[in-house]
Design a protein around this ligand. Structure first.
Ligand code: SF4
Ligand code: SF4
Length: 87
């Protein structure tokens, strides 16, 4: 599974909407924008040491008892689409 890729276009919207989930409250100051996001490039400044909860593939371990991998990926892709529709 570690070789799986998620189709991310690096839009940065997930890292700008952390206030939509309490899971990420330690990463922002209330604005929803991650303290570690480069707002010019939309890239994570700590990508190689980002929290596990920011790694979609690695986070599947928390869902593998209830979701097939493809279903989990589809849910995440749909979440990305929803963010893009809202902006
Ligand atoms: S919202 Fe989705 S496509 Fe955009 S950066 Fe986040 S994971 Fe990638
Ligand atoms: S740590 Fe990096 S990947 Fe995680 S929310 Fe912040 S900017 Fe995004």
């Amino acid at each position: 599974m570690s070789n799986e890729k998620f189709p991310c276009d690096k839009c940065g919207l997930c890292c700008r909407n952390l206030d939509k989930s309490p899971v990420y409250e330690d990463l922002h100051d209330g604005s929803g924008i991650c303290n570690h996001l480069d707002t010019e490039t939309n890239l994570c400044t700590i990508y190689d040491r980002r929290p596990g909860k920011c790694n979609i593939i690695a986070s599947y371990k928390h869902f593998e008892d209830t979701l097939k991998f493809d279903e989990y990926i589809e849910l995440n892709i749909n979440a990305c689409k929803k963010l893009k529709e809202d902006y």
